[in-house]
Design a protein around this ligand. Structure first.
Ligand SMILES: NC(=O)c1ccc[n+]([C@@H]2O[C@H](COP(=O)([O-])OP(=O)(O)OC[C@H]3O[C@@H](n4cnc5c(N)ncnc54)[C@H](O)[C@@H]3O)[C@@H](O)[C@H]2O)c1
Length: 251
């Protein structure tokens, strides 16, 4: 028995890093997943690993029209959508904040905040109409509550997701819709170089471990395991939680 047997999920940013890991972990627990990404090559590569449970849908999370077609596609393919994982995210390269351009600022807020807003607007009505509850998982960041120099507006975008997670949980709890976020520590995904301003090498990874009680940076499966738990009925009374998955970094 899988922990997500019979469930259907949409995972954004499923073509790389956490999103690919979450899609595969959900499939491994019996869930069907619409893997959504703006990058078709990445999304299709994820689906190739488990084509019986995964399907790819190319979309830009900043487009409300793309969200409509993603919802229709998931319902057409799998019949329902129990779980929405708002994972797609972006950052400019770590640098002095006064050098962040308006375009970089706009992109970070468009993908990281507007993408979650549009995703919830598209997914929530069908969940309410089905009347069986559901789960939203937002991928925020430790930077939401422990911002550090050089990523101020990226961290502010995740602060917005952190706050919206609680607001959405309060608003949609009566419909048995649970809304939680996962707040990962820096991890060796496609965004490592943007966050750190360094190439992703074993030596550079070590530079970010000195203030982590558990002595390492994140791994993709740290986050995917937390997402499986939050999506499953094991977390059935947990909502409005922003869960740090960070080896104690935020203590
Ligand atoms: N890796 C880390 O250290 C870390 C730490 C904390 C939080 N996060 C968050 O985790 C999430 C996943 O990031 P990751 O580390 O796996 O990075 P990643 O770059 O490996 O993956 C991000 C994916 O999102 C997709 N994407 C970007 N813009 C999109 C758009 N407009 N529409 C659809 N898809 C889009 C990309 O194509 C890519 O496949 C992000 O929200 C990120 O902010 C990452």
């Amino acid at each position: 028995m899988g922990r997500l047997d019979g469930k259907v999920a949409i995972v954004t940013g499923g073509g790389s890093g956490f999103g690919a890991g979450i899609s595969l972990a959900f499939a491994g627990e019996g869930c069907k997943v619409l893997v959504c990404d703006i990058n078709a090559a990445g999304g299709e590569a994820t689906v190739k690993s488990d084509p019986s449970s995964l399907a790819f849908h190319k979309m830009d999370v900043t487009s409300s029209a793309d969200w409509k077609s993603a919802i229709s596609s998931a319902i057409e393919k799998f019949g329902r959508i129990d779980i929405l994982v708002n994972n797609a995210g972006t950052s400019y390269i770590n640098k002095p904040t006064v050098e962040v351009t308006e375009e970089e600022f706009q992109k970070v807020f468009d993908v990281n905040v507007k993408g979650v807003y549009l995703g919830c607007n598209a997914w929530v009505p069908q969940a309410i109409e089905r009347g069986e509850g559901g789960v939203i998982i937002n991928i925020a960041s430790v930077g939401a509550t422990r911002p550090r120099p050089g990523l101020v507006w990226y961290n502010a975008s995740k602060g917005a997701v952190w706050n919206a997670t609680k607001g959405l949980a309060a608003e949609y709890g009566p419909h048995q819709i649970r809304v939680n976020s996962i707040c990962p520590l820096v991890t060796g995904t496609g965004l490592f170089s943007a966050f750190t301003g360094m190439e992703d090498t074993p030596e550079n990874r070590k530079k970010f471990t000195s203030n982590v009680p558990m002595g390492r940076i994140g791994e993709v499966d740290d986050v995917t395991a937390a997402c499986v738990f939050m999506a499953s009925s094991e977390a059935k009374f947990i909502t409005g939680v922003n869960l740090e998955v960070d080896g104690g970094r935020c203590i």
